[in-house]
Design a protein around this ligand. Sequence first.
Ligand code: MRU
Length: 347
Amino acid sequence: MTNTHDPLLTVTWKDNSVVLIDQAKLPNKLAYVRCKNYSEVADAIRKLVVRGAPAIGVSAALGLALAAQQSNANTLTELLTDLDRAFKVLHSTRPTAVNLFWALERVMGKGKLANTLQEAKSTILDEALKMAEEDIETNRKIGAYGLKLLQDGDIVLTHCNAGSLATVAYGTALGVIRAARDSGKRLSVIATETRPVMQGSRLTAFELLYDGIDVSLITDTAVGHMMATGAINDVIVGADRVLHTGHVFNKIGTYQVAILANKHNVPFYVAAPLSTFDFESAPNDVVIEDRSVDEVVKIGRKRIAPKGIRVFNPAFDMTPPELITGIITEKGILKPPFKKSIKALIG
Ligand code: MRU
């Protein structure tokens, strides 16, 4: 399939609303949701209408801009009180992806520096729009560095969706694949289904087919077999949080993929912008989101497990630095030991 479509734009600002691709409806329908106030943006983040660390961050920033535009405050102090309320609601939507907190703090910080009510309203919107633009540029830089790691003919496994749909556009892990393809390398992608929410089969498979990139789908449980039979040359995944120690938090199942890659000598790369780095937390400080039981006991509306069954549904896991070959950022590729290379990167 060759690409005859416009690029997918996951998050946009249009007519004083935040417009999101409705990822809950993919792959069956490419539909858009218009969020008219910050509560609707918060709801969309909670319900995975928009998901993926960078896309969540930019959506929340634009959500805060909506709160600023719609505030009836008469003074700057009143506006900051209104913004604080919106900030708290948006901040509490999802706990693991650090981009959410980074984005909200960056935009709020701008608002607090303003001298007038009007200045605060416009500076907040400008900053959020700037973040949306920066996101695409950053992903392209990650792609430009990362493409050097892939050889012509490689078969690359990815888990979850760290693509265009997880960012404003282009993607992080899938951005590397796009950049390699655009540089003339012939690549095939293996996407894992990514139970329980199926970001791999619903979103990665959709966006790669949409973009004309060769992709095959496997169950999560087929990763070991595929690696043992030599069918995978590289793994590239995204991240929800990268610690200064090089520990990577990403979609549940990433850790298993990393262990298998290590066992079978398959390079395991993480692609992440610096906005996904958390320079303060220790591994135990990070809250792993626990999601609804329904995601596990049902597929769509159909129940697939008996009523009354106890369920654990952690949405993320942590991959330790010793399993990671390299972390691709917009400033270059970090190599182990990560504590040292990350420190050198941020100065
Ligand atoms: O629960 P999700 O779909 O928001 O989880 C997304 C992931 O785990 C992605 O791999 C991660 O956010 C990287 S996005 C570039």
